[in-house]
Write a protein that binds this ligand. Structure first.
Ligand code: DX5
Ligand code: ZN
Length: 217
């Protein structure tokens, strides 16, 4: 069993008071702050860009785990680094040059992640295992919170095996449809970072700490 980290997705927060929401999940025990950036092109929804990330940087010292669902991605990496990202994750499906994208992120001095949509085989990242600090397995089609979990447990287990085989310290993060039941399943399959939007925010402010603790198990 691994040290389990919970990464609440602020996609489910109240955007009218985003800074306060980020402080609240920090105090409630979040390990990472998961920030879903969507462009209305790579995914069919729009959220926010680097200026919003910069604005909420003042609200917490926790790790900013920035999930870029944008295409093209390379031209915006510097903005997200400058805004205070700690981990920047790009999708393998968002462009033809994943290796170059990861090189760019690493060269800026932050951690580099790669995300895979549900249909993308885990083997497709085997030649970048020496570069990544985080693998993000999508268990919904990206774009919206509140969707049902797609049970890709064999894919998660295979990713864990690839991480163990390469011997590097790589986070294995799962995103989409994580609730108290599916959390147990993905942890058993080898995940160590759980993204959760609905499951953290569903009960309002008073529920954040309880929900984060329940997800951790
Ligand atoms: C989906 C996002 C997720 C989403 C998770 O595209 O990447 O982070 O906010 O939301 P829930 O936990 O509600 O499935
Ligand atoms: Zn996400």
């Amino acid at each position: 069993m691994y040290d389990i980290r919970i990464a609440p997705s602020i996609l489910s927060a109240d955007f009218s008071k985003l800074g306060e929401e980020v402080t609240a999940i920090d105090k409630a025990g979040a390990d990472y702050i998961h920030i879903d950036v969507m462009d209305g092109h790579f995914v069919p929804n729009l959220t926010f860009g680097a200026p919003v990330v910069k604005a909420i940087r003042k609200s917490t010292d926790k790790v900013f785990d920035v999930h870029l669902m944008i295409s093209p991605v390379d031209s915006l990496i510097d903005d997200f680094v400058d805004a205070g990202s700690d981990i920047i994750t790009a999708h393998i499906e968002s462009g033809p040059h994943l290796h170059r994208t990861l090189q760019h992120i690493k060269a800026k001095g932050v951690k580099a992640g790669v995300s895979l949509n549900p249909h993308t085989p885990i083997e497709s990242i085997k030649h970048v295992m020496d570069m990544v600090d985080l693998i993000l397995i999508m268990t919904v089609n990206p774009g919206f919170g509140g969707q049902s979990f797609i049970p890709l447990l064999d894919k998660i287990a295979k990713a864990r095996q690839m991480i163990n085989d390469c011997g590097r310290n790589i986070d294995l993060e799962v995103d989409g449809g994580i609730n108290f039941k599916t959390a147990r399943q993905v942890i058993a399959a080898g995940a160590n970072v759980l993204v959760a939007g609905t499951a953290v925010f569903k009960d309002g402010l008073d529920g954040y700490a309880k929900n984060i603790a329940s997800l951790r198990g």
